[in-house]
Write a protein that binds this ligand. Structure first.
Ligand code: NAD
Length: 396
């Protein structure tokens, strides 16, 4: 009897059993690794800890002392928030992470534009991604380092991960700025404003006013409802404020981090809680979208598999042209980046022909009826064909 009990115990302690135990444990513990613990990384860690969503938050920085300092500072907030296992780690911790967030880069202070640091941040991110991918990570890579769209494209290619598992924070932040400004203009809560900023997280971003809704009403109808004037200059002012918001904050205080920290935690929430949330995040644009070889933001369904689906959005002809132009801007950044750090498979293929664009930008028929998104984006295939670009077991 004793011998049997001992063998059971030994079996329980065998390396195989321990591996199984660890695997089960890993599956149960939401772990987020944050690489880069400067303003953006540490703010994200703080916001994530306050949310209570991650059981483990691992911080990695080339400045190990800074990472250690951030961990100790964050631990001081634990008693007042949520029990969280926080530690300064290394790249081996990315293997079992649900999400690895890359915020490493060069400081925004003194920079006039997001692309100034392109080649420097490109080299940093390339090396980081190689280190992360050596661990064969099973989770999602979430990128915030700028210029985020060109880097999202490059990381997708450098990592060799399926397209759904590489996400850039993209215009999630710009969309929140846009919604907040529209909400303030009409005196409603931002939760009641549905509007997107798509394209590049940068100067060529496209605020989509034509399909913006307040409480379900198009903007002009909502203006009528509340007896307010519906002037184009108001909207262009809001769009312009949204575009320059980041630079204005950097001018005033040297960097932006609360907004992006909260945006990253929103994306993390959609993944960890398998929400199927629609967020404007950056990812490899499916060929069927007719925007050429590029990553940029379009409304996308985000769940535990990452990007479950990229959605089309109804655009009028000037918005579609602006989106084409934005794709071109990002493609030029990718071309520049590829000159210093080669990007496998990037041929620089651009937008469709002028005739094709003209066909895509038709927003009304000859009789004045509105063209449906399906007609406007005819290249978007049925999900069964589209899914071959992605490895999403839930939808497969
Ligand atoms: P920061 O200088 O405060 O922090 C950068 C951190 O990265 C530093 O701690 C540095 O030690 C670390 N780092 C650099 N190289 C590294 C490497 N190889 N391995 C590990 N760590 C490394 O800068 P920040 O203000 O936190 O900005 C970080 C990045 O986020 C920048 O690229 C910035 O442009 C970007 N950003 C993006 C958005 C967005 O909306 N996507 C918003 C704000 C900032």
């Amino acid at each position: 009897m004793e011998a049997q009990r001992l063998s059971t115990l030994r079996a329980y302690n065998s390396p195989g059993q321990d591996a199984l135990k660890d695997a089960l444990l890993e599956n149960r513990i939401p772990r987020v690794v944050i690489v880069g613990t400067g303003f953006v990384g540490s703010t994200t860690a703080y916001a994530l800890m306050m949310s209570g969503m991650a059981a483990e938050i691992v911080l990695i920085d080339r400045d190990a002392r800074r990472a250690e300092g951030q961990v100790n500072d964050l631990r001081d907030a634990e008693v007042f928030s949520h029990t969280t296992r926080l530690f300064a780690g290394d790249f081996s911790d990315c293997r079992s992470a649900d999400i690895t967030v890359i915020t490493a880069g060069v400081s925004q202070a003194g920079q006039r534009s997001r692309i100034q640091s392109l080649s420097e941040t490109g080299t940093i991110v390339h090396d980081l991604v190689s280190n992360v991918c050596r661990q064969e990570p099973r989770g999602i890579l979430l990128l915030a380092s700028n210029p985020v769209d060109a880097l999202t494209y490059a990381v997708s290619k450098w990592s060799g991960l399926p397209a759904n598992r590489v996400i850039g924070s993209g215009t999630s932040l710009d969309t929140s700025r846009f919604r907040r400004r529209l909400a303030a203009r009409y005196g409603v809560a931002s939760a009641n404003v549905h509007a997107y900023v798509i394209g590049e997280h940068g100067d060529s971003q496209v605020p989509v006013l034509s399909s913006a809704r307040v409480a379900g009403f198009p903007l002009d109808e909502f203006c009528d409802q509340v007896g307010q004037p519906c002037e184009e200059s108001t909207f262009t002012g809001i769009a312009s404020d949204t575009r320059t918001a980041g630079v204005d904050i950097i001018d005033a205080k040297g960097g932006t981090y609360y907004g992006i920290g909260a945006a990253l935690v929103r994306i993390i929430r959609a993944i960890l809680r398998d929400e199927d949330a629609i967020l404007t995040v950056s990812s490899l644009v499916p060929k069927s979208m007719e925007l050429g070889e590029v990553s940029l933001s379009l409304p996308s369904i985000v769940n535990r598999h990452g990007i479950a689906r990229v959605l089309s959005v109804a655009l009028n002809s000037s918005e579609r042209k602006a989106l084409e132009a934005s794709a071109e801007v990002v493609r030029r950044q990718i071309t520049t980046l590829a000159q210093t750090t080669p990007i496998p498979g990037f041929s620089g293929n651009g937008s469709p022909s002028k005739e094709r664009i003209a066909a895509l930008t038709k927003s009304t028929r000859a009789n004045g009826e509105r063209v449906t998104p399906k007609e406007q984006w005819p290249g978007i295939p049925a999900w069964s064909r589209f899914k071959s670009n992605f490895t999403n077991p839930r939808h497969a």
